[in-house]
Design a protein around this ligand. Structure first.
Ligand code: 1GP
Length: 251
């Protein structure tokens, strides 16, 4: 089934429908755990699987995605930490530009090198302004990106960064405290960013319970991404999904 993922993001935003994405790190799954995740996610009406990681060591990305695609209709969106994490079996690719950093390689350099391969993949490409926010401890993304994260209490910097990203043509903003962050992004920062951009806003990093996911949505997040907490307790999928989907009217 062909999905138009970006249109879905936009339409849901206009309808104030929140989405929940389960992040799968290919290094941390095998056939059995994918089967379990797919079963739980289907039952809980999860909106998307995001697949990727800041550093992926294993080489079974294609196989992971094919397994997901053959067992459910949940769209698979690539969230790549590097150009090597592109698979034509997915539905869409978040084409990330690290707009919070000042590392030209991650703003444009790697894109120039990878673009012929990305184009050939036939994937739906979604230009995404990626912003790393300080999560209280060095995370893989902060180390690998060699870029300073935005301080967690500097909501104005995040707001202006997201606004600049939108004006430069980004179609999505993804604010990430990093996988396993000790401190997830504050509602204050989310609110400030959400009130000043029109494009959909994805929030992830260190979200470990349904309440936090709910509060993030209330503050203006359109898509909530959870990876680590679900790896530890896959049963959280149902709780978080219910919380995210419980918000459907504008407040
Ligand atoms: C990380 O936003 C994602 O890039 C999700 O983070 O693994 O902490 O849920 P967690």
């Amino acid at each position: 089934m062909k999905h138009n993922i970006y249109n879905q993001f936009v339409q849901k935003k206009h309808a104030n429908k929140k989405s929940f994405a389960v992040l799968i790190d290919p290094d941390k799954v095998d056939n059995a755990s994918i089967e379990q995740l797919v079963g739980l996610a289907t039952e809980a009406n999860v909106d998307y699987f995001f697949v990727g990681g800041s550093l992926v060591i294993s080489t079974h990305l294609d196989d992971c995605i094919r397994q997901i695609k053959t067992s459910c209709n949940i769209p698979v969106v690539l969230f790549p930490g590097s150009p090597s994490q592109v698979s034509r079996y997915a539905d869409a690719l978040l084409y990330l530009s690290l707009i919070s950093g000042r590392n030209p390689e991650l703003l444009i350099g790697q894109h120039v090198v990878s673009v012929p391969f990305v184009k050939k993949s036939g994937l739906e490409i979604i230009p995404t302004g990626y912003m790393v926010i300080d999560g209280g401890a060095p995370t893989t993304v902060s180390y690998i990106s060699n870029a300073t994260p935005i301080p967690s209490d500097k909501a104005d910097i995040s707001m202006c960064t997201a606004m600049a990203g939108e004006m430069l043509g980004m179609k999505l903003i993804y604010m990430d405290a990093g996988s396993g962050a000790k401190k997830p992004i504050t509602e204050r920062m989310i609110e400030k960013v959400a009130q000043n951009i029109e494009i959909p806003l994805i929030i992830g990093g260190g979200i470990t319970n349904a309440e936090k996911a709910y509060l993030n949505c209330k503050a203006g997040a359109d898509v909530i991404v959870v990876g680590n907490a679900i790896e530890k307790d896959p049963m959280l999928i149902k709780e978080i999904s219910t919380a995210v989907h419980s918000i459907s009217v504008k407040v």
